[in-house]
Design a protein around this ligand. Structure first.
Ligand SMILES: [Zn+2]
Length: 228
């Protein structure tokens, strides 16, 4: 997830985790935990060296992200946290954008990591898909306006056929509204998922993705939840 911002290097016979100084605190913590994941995998596989600076197959990177989430948001801690707060917020087996954003802040990890933890790893809301939308900074010209694009999507059951990115386009309008607005947006939408049109409750909220630094403005992103 945040790999380009951190790497393992070998320095004077020691392993060092190098981090980009522009990373906000929550993403630093996550990056360090991700790199520790590489060390854990290397130790478990018995291959001897952690291959400093070299990153591996996408499946290994996903596993390191998962290990980072396990380290920074252990299951008993998350379940206890949600149990203490959920009753007042939303019914059992449901999640809300504000719940995920607040939990990310309280555990000091990125919103993206907390959404993956709650929705995918722990499958706390079996009927909900979570998605993260970011503005495409590579398309900053009048012909290709900076539109929101789907950066990540999580589902409690990864074995189910997930929507392709295109089939989720209608949510973009809700996500765009949330991106411009201030409050949490809720709407009902018919979406084409896995070949069939289904009605979803959509909830979307924008959040602070990246702080301003060195003249680069702060970046926002949108977390959207789709519940059937
Ligand atoms: Zn990695």
């Amino acid at each position: 997830m945040l790999d380009r911002e951190a790497r393992l290097i070998s320095e004077g016979g020691r392993l060092v985790i190098e981090l980009s100084s522009t990373l906000p605190g929550d993403q630093r913590r996550f990056s360090v935990a991700h790199e520790l994941g590489h060390l854990i995998i290397t130790a478990r596989s018995g291959s001897g060296s952690a291959s400093p600076g070299v990153h591996m197959a996408a499946s290994t990177e996903r596993l390191c992200d998962r290990l980072a989430r396990e380290l920074l948001a252990p299951e008993p801690a998350i379940r206890g946290y949600l149990k203490a707060r959920r009753a007042a917020m939303v019914p059992v087996n449901q999640v809300s954008c504000s719940m995920i954003v607040q939990a990310a802040s309280d555990f000091d990890i990125p919103v993206e990591a907390m959404a993956a933890r709650i929705v995918h790893d722990l499958a706390i809301a079996p009927r909900t898909m979570a998605s993260l939308w970011r503005r495409n900074s590579e398309c900053d010209n009048p012909v290709f306006p900076r539109v929101l694009h789907l950066a990540s999507i999580w589902h409690p059951r990864p074995d189910l056929a997930l929507a392709t990115r295109d089939s989720l386009k209608p949510v973009a309008s809700v996500a765009s509204e949330a991106f411009r607005g201030r409050s949490v947006l809720r709407a009902e939408r018919d979406l084409l998922i896995a070949g069939a049109v289904q009605r979803f409750q959509v909830e979307a909220t924008r959040f602070h993705w990246f702080p301003a630094f060195a003249g680069v403005p702060a970046e926002r992103a949108v977390l959207a939840l789709l519940t059937r």
